[in-house]
Design a protein around this ligand. Structure first.
Ligand SMILES: [Zn+2]
Length: 349
């Protein structure tokens, strides 16, 4: 009886703070560190340089050098261009073209590796995770056997990005195309599913863009510093291997694309809506393709490892109002930084 009452209370409190008792589709990871508390990051790890000192030199800027987009663009298709004007500042000119057909469908969010898909039906009880309290990140590993990697994994995400090894990059080649997006507030984030046909190619290896979603603040940190938000663009290859591209967001100029997305968020949680404008995911990328790369995991249960991470150094901007609008839904959908455990962090030149 007591337990029942307790469960009810927990369920109610979840609803009350905007979390679903039964997550519809969990996100690929999220980190939990306050953007103003880099101290927790540094504790016990690499000697962290003073964030305040390093900030200026280390902070990625839109002007950061890096591999440029190799636009394998086909002829521009004006008809496919979104009516949204001046979408995101510092964004490369969109390379519109007729939607390519996808080799294989990766349309739905992530893959079976992606946390989202396991939540709900399969483990209705265990999948009830959140970003705080008794179902928060420190308990994810014990909520369900399937989540054991959250507790014992040694290659978990997110991490603090510092002491990188400089490499001559393979370039990240994005071939994204406008399409009909579906948006859902899934109880853990706002997530957008894109139609198959947009690709990321790295060193000849092709991944299909499946979905993207947001975290507030950014899960990843650079030299201990978190950004205001981050977009995680989730791709998968033919075998289901995931590659996530993180695009950091800083307060600054408004983004019409983000504004359009926020206006399209369905009022009802878990309900998916189609955005009528055809929007272009190229707008979600900064001009510079310079990046950090490392091997990590989903940042949400089941914290599956084997995820290739690319964190773009150059941030995009959103307005403070746009940040606040997301924060009203998800003030802190972030998993804490995870130990690096000897992993190599690469940085493209
Ligand atoms: Zn994420």
């Amino acid at each position: 009886m007591r337990r029942l009452l307790l469960l009810s209370l927990v369920a109610f409190s979840c609803v009350a703070r905007g979390q679903e008792p039964a997550p519809v589709k969990p996100q690929e990871g999220a980190a939990a560190s306050s953007k103003v508390a880099p101290a927790t990051v540094a504790a016990g790890k690499e000697t962290a340089p003073k964030a305040s000192d390093k900030k200026e030199t280390e902070k990625p800027s839109a002007a950061a050098p890096g591999p440029k987009l190799v636009a394998t663009a086909l002829p521009k298709d004006k008809k496919a261009v979104t009516p949204v004007k001046h979408v995101v500042k510092h964004v490369s000119a969109p390379k519109h073209k007729a939607a390519a057909s996808s080799a294989n469908a990766a349309g739905e969010e992530g893959s079976h590796h992606e946390g989202e898909e396991h939540a709900g039906e399969a483990h209705p009880e265990g999948s009830h995770w959140s970003y705080e309290g008794e179902s928060g990140p420190e308990y994810w590993g014990s909520l369900d056997k399937a989540n054991s990697a959250c507790a014992v994994g040694r290659m978990q995400s997110p991490i603090d990005l510092q002491d990188a090894t400089r490499i001559s990059q393979p370039e990240l080649t994005f071939e994204y195309y406008p399409g009909e997006w579906q948006i859902v507030n899934n109880g853990h984030s706002v997530q957008v599913t894109v139609p198959a046909g947009s690709f990321l190619t790295v060193d000849g290896h092709q991944y299909v863009l499946a979905q993207f979603h947001f975290h507030h603040p950014s899960e990843e940190a650079i030299m201990g510093k978190h950004f205001d938000m981050v977009i995680h663009l989730v791709h998968k290859d033919r075998k289901g291997k995931l590659a996530v591209v993180a695009v950091l967001l800083s307060d600054g100029l408004a983004s019409n694309l983000i504004q359009t997305l926020w206006e399209s968020i369905p009022k009802e949680k878990g309900k998916t809506e189609t955005i009528s404008n055809k929007l272009d995911p190229m707008m979600l990328l900064p001009e510079s393709r310079a990046y950090y790369a490392y091997q990590g995991s989903l940042t949400t249960p089941p914290c599956t490892e084997g995820v290739q991470w690319f964190v773009l150094k150059a941030p995009l901007t959103i307005s403070e109002d746009e940040e606040r609008a997301f924060a009203a839904l998800y003030p802190h959908n972030v998993r804490p930084l995870q130990p690096r455990s000897g992993r190599v962090l690469e940085a493209s030149k």
